[in-house]
Design a protein around this ligand. Structure first.
Ligand SMILES: [Zn+2]
Length: 150
């Protein structure tokens, strides 16, 4: 078992420890620049985070698969983080955000390439696109970026 707080010189923040029982496909996808989300074959909805049972009320099916996301969505809301632990300390201030993907999946993530010292420059509802940052040879971490020039 690896240590989830393990870091390296390339990527100073905590490196996710992939749960191969429920999230192997997710991490295989990020490694290939794809956002692969859990999908319920019964209610036909994607969701996040990966788990062994559909989270939607009235469904709770265990008939799950995986479906590639468009990797696009919009910024639902955000917050500027001024306090952090581990390698995130080097990144403060940074922006955490709830992203609504085009599949109507709400993901908590980090918004990159924005000026956290000017929150007024970040517009709720902005179009966003997923990006993947290499943490190790095996782990690529998804972040989101505002799409400009649309
Ligand atoms: Zn379902």
């Amino acid at each position: 078992m690896s240590n989830p707080k393990k870091t390296n010189k390339l990527y100073s923040r905590p490196i996710p420890d992939p749960d191969i029982l429920t999230a192997k496909e997710f991490w295989e996808g990020t490694k290939n620049n794809k956002l692969i989300l859990p999908f319920c074959n019964d209610c036909q909805k994607s969701f996040f985070y990966p788990r062994i049972i559909c989270p939607f009320t009235g469904c709770h099916s265990k008939d799950l698969s995986w479906k590639e996301s468009t990797g696009k969505g919009h910024l639902y809301t955000f917050a500027i983080q001024h306090v952090a632990i581990d390698g995130w300390k080097e990144k403060i201030p940074f922006v955490t955000a709830f992203i609504d993907t085009t599949e109507n999946v709400r993901m908590l993530s980090v918004l990159i390439n924005v000026d956290a010292s000017k929150p007024e420059s970040i517009k709720i509802g902005s179009s966003v696109q997923v990006k993947f940052e290499k943490a190790t040879e095996q782990i690529y971490v998804p972040y989101w970026e505002i799409v400009t020039n649309e």
